[in-house]
Write a protein that binds this ligand. Structure first.
Ligand SMILES: Nc1nc2c(ncn2[C@@H]2O[C@H](COP(=O)(O)OP(=O)(O)OP(=O)(O)O)[C@@H](O)[C@H]2O)c(=O)[nH]1
Length: 474
């Protein structure tokens, strides 16, 4: 790693941000060694996730300085040597857990990029949960090593510690990932994760603010009720927050959903601090983690819907010619038939096959053959009416559905298409395409498959008649 003035400035900015976030968290300490909400955990996790081992030193320095800052804020006088020892132990405990968990999480997330968004979410949640748990244990061990005289009740310490780190990581790491990408814009590999989580439709800022207000109002009602009515079960009403949060997830961009989660988590911490509700703090933080995890899975839904749409389009479109596939043509035909039967209108079907197409392939090569197929499909698309349908039957055979045309009208259409088939240019030579056509009109209650068989018979007759002909079936 070469340290340029620019990278030095970036690392310094990161350390300053870490300390600022840390200061905000310790304001919400509700139990010795446990912040109600510990966003620096999210920042360290995000840093290792994106920067890998390059985050080791800056995270260590930030954690080291925060311990010294804590001693400075604390009125207890502790020797400088003791302060340094604690700072080193805490720094190590922090970087071991977050370095290991965050870097591994980053590795697995990058492997999954652009492929499976729900899988990326559970990788994030799994590693986030395990890393914060590891950080809790390594932190408590560091606490003991830093001052063996300190009486720590492990059983009452680990859960509030873990849940604070967990909330800080689950809720804040996604925001910090974006912040870190702003500090290190060259981390472009990661922008894909956010691009693919964009909701298809984004509402106005005002609508978003209204949703945020509803969320905050509901939180205020729960908090005040929990504080004023002597019923501990009321704290569980905080799970209702998942309703407005999911409303935001489904109707806003992922960025807004993430911002809303961060604001809610900050508001919960502030309310608990303001009303002195440390007894229910854990319930609120657990609820927040569950709401955040749900919200991330919810974000995958618009993304999956978009992917589905793309797959559906690929499924119904012929890759070469861009017209619809045989299967989709049949499905559309079934729908048209139902409508036309109701309206008592005729429907006709053409099937045509390019003449001596094999010779084109054999003489000029498959790419010229492909070009001929594309030209034929595009030309037919232009020659038919808006309500007509053209599809590829397979190979060099095409289908055209003609609603509101009876057999003689459809025959005339086939003659017109035959006449106007395109000419392709090969090595400066003009090569006119010709085709043979089979035409039928749907009979009452006739199934599409039966109609296709009749049209194919007519096509074969057109071929036998010498090609470049139109044959009809009665
Ligand atoms: N280039 C290209 N060729 C294809 C494609 N699909 C099928 N073919 C070829 O199209 C040819 C179809 O030939 P046929 O319809 O059996 O016969 P033909 O030479 O057109 O003769 P007639 O239909 O009897 O006039 C075969 O040589 C296939 O290999 C494709 O997507 N691209």
């Amino acid at each position: 790693m070469t340290l340029t003035p620019q990278s030095l400035a970036r690392y310094s900015l990161f350390i300053a941000l870490w300390l600022l976030v840390w200061r905000l968290s310790v304001l919400m300490e509700y139990q010795p060694h446990a912040s109600l909400w510990f966003p620096p955990a999210g920042l360290s996790f995000a840093a290792f996730l994106l920067l890998g081992w390059r985050a080791l030193l800056p995270v260590f320095i930030a954690s080291f300085l925060s311990t010294l800052w804590m001693y400075w804020l604390d009125s207890n006088i502790v020797s400088i040597q003791q302060q340094m020892t604690s700072a080193i132990w805490f720094g190590f405990a922090h970087i071991i857990a977050y370095g290991f968990g965050g870097t591994l999480c980053g590795y697995f997330l990058q492997r999954e990029q652009r492929q499976n968004f729900p899988k990326q979410i559970y990788i994030f949640l799994l590693f986030g949960g395990a890393t914060t748990l590891l950080a809790t244990f390594s932190g408590i061990i560091a606490l003991h090593l830093a001052d063996p005289q300190l009486q720590i009740n492990f059983m009452t310490t680990w859960l509030p510690w873990w849940i604070g780190d967990l909330a800080g990581t689950f809720v804040m790491a996604p925001i910090f990932i974006i912040v870190i990408m702003k500090i290190w814009p060259q981390l472009t590999d990661w922008t894909g994760i956010y691009q693919q989580t964009k909701a298809p439709k984004v509402t106005s800022k005002n609508q978003f603010v209204v949703k945020l207000l509803v969320l905050q109002l509901l939180l205020a009602v729960v908090m005040i009720a929990d504080n004023s009515l002597a019923n501990p079960a009321l704290a569980f009403a905080v799970f209702f927050l998942s309703l407005p949060q999911m409303w935001i997830v489904y109707s806003e961009s992922s960025w807004r959903a993430i911002v809303s989660l961060a604001l809610t988590s900050l508001a919960i911490a502030l309310w608990v601090g303001l009303l002195g509700m440390s007894d229910s703090a854990i319930t609120y933080q657990f609820a927040l983690c569950v709401i955040a995890a749900n919200a991330y899975f919810g974000m995958a839904v618009p993304n999956l819907a978009q992917q589905n749409q793309v797959l559906y389009q690929q499924n119904i479109t012929d890759g070469l010619t861009g017209i619809i596939t045989r299967q989709h043509f049949i499905e559309c035909t079934e729908k048209v038939l139902k409508r036309q039967i109701l309206n008592r209108q005729p429907v006709s079907l053409l099937i045509f096959d390019l003449d001596h197409f094999k010779t084109i392939n054999d003489t000029y090569g498959h790419s010229i053959g492909d070009e001929a197929l594309v030209s034929a499909a595009q030309a037919i698309k232009k020659l038919i009416r808006e309500g007509d349908l053209v599809g590829r039957f397979g190979g060099d055979e095409f289908l055209v559905l003609l609603p509101n045309q009876n057999l003689s009208e459809a025959e005339a259409t086939a003659q017109r298409l035959k006449r106007d088939l395109p000419t392709i240019e090969v090595n400066g030579l003009q090569l006119p395409l010709t085709a043979s056509f089979g035409v039928i009109e749907f009979q009452a209650h006739e199934q599409v498959q039966q109609a296709l068989i009749r049209a194919d018979d007519a096509l074969r007759r057109a071929k036998h008649l010498g090609r470049n002909k139109v044959a009809t079936a009665p």
